[in-house]
Design a protein around this ligand. Structure first.
Ligand SMILES: Cc1ncc(COP(=O)(O)O)c(C=O)c1O
Length: 344
């Protein structure tokens, strides 16, 4: 059966070029800073995001955690979106591992944290309170339809943070999706951030890894944090080699994923019983809701599965489909055909 896997862009398989680059990668002991391929990936990543230095880590979760550990001490507080991946889906690592206290602010439907909400959440100097150290933004915002946060907004949060002596970390797991969707240089999205982590193994299709970028001092701290988490890797240039190909070859094509997501959203919007605003789909993540009492989300997921189409149900009504490198325009047409059959 033809399988169309729309559960996540993490389903992507490494390209042939990546596999070749991995096989041929020059490697060394990265704990000694001697893996030339990792060093090259880190230099490239720092340059792409306009930062001094970078650090290759195993995952987006590790990237966000080492960043928080580098910026914060035990008992410090972070301001973070209530719908953010770091708050919802990283096992509360900030608190569990770092003793860092999360102060949530609601994400607006477009993923932003309202500037007034942020300001209100910043602690006064008072013996009762923890100390606010860090604001975390997610760009694109996974739970909010993969919405990209624009340059003006990113700058405003940076200005606000500096006014209060705070740092800003960007969970940019999909920062290149944001840059492509907004048609801007990714540097402009991260210019005001003290640190940013991005994933190589989502839409960019590398098999493993994320990269954290920031000042050299910050990266030195993040490197220590990575080591204590057991993330000091040795000849991991075999992984970084795929990341280099990802940055060189897989960024601009993200526009195709966005076009496919939009097409899917437009098709779903025409179907009775589903709730979705296609104008809200700017990148590769499509959330929608079922209004059908006889077809809760899990039933739709089950029916689609039986036809070889994999998507994810989130709760009783919400579903998510994510487009990526292995999803073609024809796959979207086919998927829409199956949807109309199920919803009939
Ligand atoms: C926005 C966002 N941040 C971080 C992560 C964590 O990445 P990883 O699964 O590589 O740990 C994800 C994963 O889906 C994500 O969507």
């Amino acid at each position: 059966m033809r399988i169309i896997d729309l559960r996540s862009d993490t389903m992507t398989q490494p390209t042939e070029t990546m596999r070749r680059a991995m096989a041929e990668a020059e490697v060394g002991d990265d704990v000694f800073g001697e893996d030339p391929t990792i060093n090259r990936l880190e230099e490239m990543a720092a340059e792409r995001l306009g930062k001094e230095a970078a650090l290759f880590v195993s995952s987006g979760t590790m990237g966000n955690l080492v960043s928080q550990l580098a910026h914060c001490g035990r008992g410090d507080e972070i301001i973070i979106g209530s719908q953010s991946h770091t708050f919802l889906a990283e096992q509360g690592g900030s608190a569990a591992v770092g003793g860092i206290h999360p102060r949530t602010v609601p994400n607006q439907p477009d993923g932003k944290l309202d500037l007034e909400d942020i300001e209100f959440a910043i602690r006064d100097d008072n013996i009762h309170f923890s100390r606010t150290r860090l604001i975390i933004l997610e760009n694109t915002n996974n739970s909010c339809n993969g919405y990209p946060l624009d340059v003006d907004y990113m700058q405003s949060v940076g200005v606000l943070a500096r006014r209060h002596g705070l740092k800003v970390h960007v969970d940019g797991a999909r920062i290149f999706n944001a840059a492509v969707a907004l048609n801007v240089n990714p540097k402009s999205l991260t210019a005001e951030a003290d640190s940013v982590s991005f994933c190589l193994s989502k839409g960019l299709a590398a098999p493993v890894g994320s990269v954290v970028c920031g000042t050299q001092d910050f990266i030195n701290e993040a490197r220590r944090a990575r080591k204590v988490l057991g993330g000091g890797m040795r000849q991991a240039g075999v992984l970084a080699a795929a990341g280099i190909v990802a940055l060189n070859e897989m960024v601009n094509r993200l526009a195709d994923d966005h076009a496919h997501a939009r097409k899917l959203a437009e098709g779903l919007a025409e179907m009775k019983g589903l709730n979705i605003d296609p104008d809200g789909i700017k990148t590769n993540i499509v959330y929608f809701e079922t209004r059908r009492e006889d077809l809760p989300a899990i039933e739709i997921e089950r029916h689609l599965n039986a036809e070889g189409i994999k998507i994810s149900a989130f709760g009783p009504r919400r579903l998510r489909a994510v487009t990526h490198y292995h999803i073609s325009a024809e796959d979207i047409e086919f998927t829409l055909g199956v949807f109309s059959k199920i919803l009939k």
